[in-house]
Design a binder for this molecule. Structure first.
Ligand SMILES: NC(=O)c1ccc[n+]([C@@H]2O[C@H](COP(=O)([O-])OP(=O)(O)OC[C@H]3O[C@@H](n4cnc5c(N)ncnc54)[C@H](OP(=O)(O)O)[C@@H]3O)[C@@H](O)[C@H]2O)c1
Length: 260
């Protein structure tokens, strides 16, 4: 059973890889840094893991990754779209998109869209921050609206949930989840995140954040509750994260932006 996990070099993705491997999945670890990925692969307790590098800051690199996965695997049991970034500074990619929009939404959108016919279920790491998202499918990078890192991050995590809804509408088993506040390298440049990590007991270890991913990757919920957003051990309905009309507008805009 092949499970592809993006953002597997650290944090929640690495912890999920360890647990899925323990349960017998053959895990394909995706990230930017080969040596970090190899260290995670070397610590797996189950079937030998595979390492594939890809920088989501380049859509061509995502196309290359998708082609490689298609070449190597007839079926993928789980595609875990987990890679993500939060930057308090506005950065643009060579493809012309704000960095978080591309890494957190457009890259996994393109990867999933290219692999959808091969994948049994898609699990995406969203966030409670998606509740504050005010996504505008015609202005994903907030060119014409107020920008700060958390506003943009919230939009991208709302996008993860809306993408899940659109996938489910197309017959792909897809769910997304909030991992909790997890002690990882995530948002290391953001003061708010650094502050929350110094409060003892406030942030949980990566294994805690990996639990919902593993649940949705292995439990019937990951298929039977397709389209759902899972948080705190239950499915939650957040109107702005489950609006089918907005999900369709985002789908069409994203198709155009990645040229699919
Ligand atoms: N930690 C939290 O409290 C929290 C809360 C809610 C949601 N989340 C979400 O959880 C997910 C995992 O984050 P984490 O907390 O485990 O943080 P993390 O330890 O920083 O891991 C992030 C992962 O994303 C990968 N990544 C970052 N930029 C990339 C790029 N340009 N191309 C390819 N891969 C890239 C990183 O790979 P490299 O080794 O290449 O850097 C790393 O494996 C993210 O989607 C995040 O939004 C986290």
């Amino acid at each position: 059973m092949i499970s592809v996990i993006t953002g597997a070099s650290a944090g929640i993705g690495a912890a999920a890889a360890a647990e899925l491997s323990r349960r017998g999945h053959r895990v394909v670890l995706v990230g930017r840094d080969e040596s970090r990925l190899k260290a995670v692969a070397g610590a797996l307790s189950g079937p030998k893991g595979e390492v594939l590098t890809c920088d989501f800051g380049s859509l061509d690199d995502v196309r290359r990754l998708a082609a490689l996965l298609r070449e190597h695997y007839e079926r993928i049991a789980v595609l875990a779209n987990n890679a993500g970034v939060m930057s308090p500074h506005r950065r643009m990619t060579p493809d012309g998109h704000e960095l978080m929009v591309q890494v957190n939404h457009l890259a996994p959108f393109l990867l999933t869209h290219t692999l959808a016919d091969r994948v049994d279920r898609v699990v995406t790491t969203s966030s409670r921050a998606g509740r504050s998202g005010r996504i505008d499918p015609d202005d994903l990078s907030r060119e014409g609206r107020r920008w700060n890192g958390w506003l943009q991050y919230g939009d991208t995590k709302q996008a993860n949930a809306l993408f899940t809804v659109a996938l489910a509408d197309r017959g792909v088993a897809a769910t997304c989840f909030h991992p909790g506040l997890i002690r990882t390298g995530f948002a290391g440049e953001a003061r708010l995140m650094r502050l929350s990590l110094v409060i003892p007991g406030f942030a949980k270890p990566p294994e805690h954040g990996a639990r919902p991913l593993v649940h949705l990757a292995t439990h019937p919920d990951g298929v039977e509750r397709s389209g759902g957003y899972y948080s705190g051990g239950r499915f939650e309905r957040v109107p702005s994260m489950s609006d089918p009309e907005l999900a369709e507008r985002l789908w069409k805009a994203s198709l155009g932006l990645v040229g699919a």
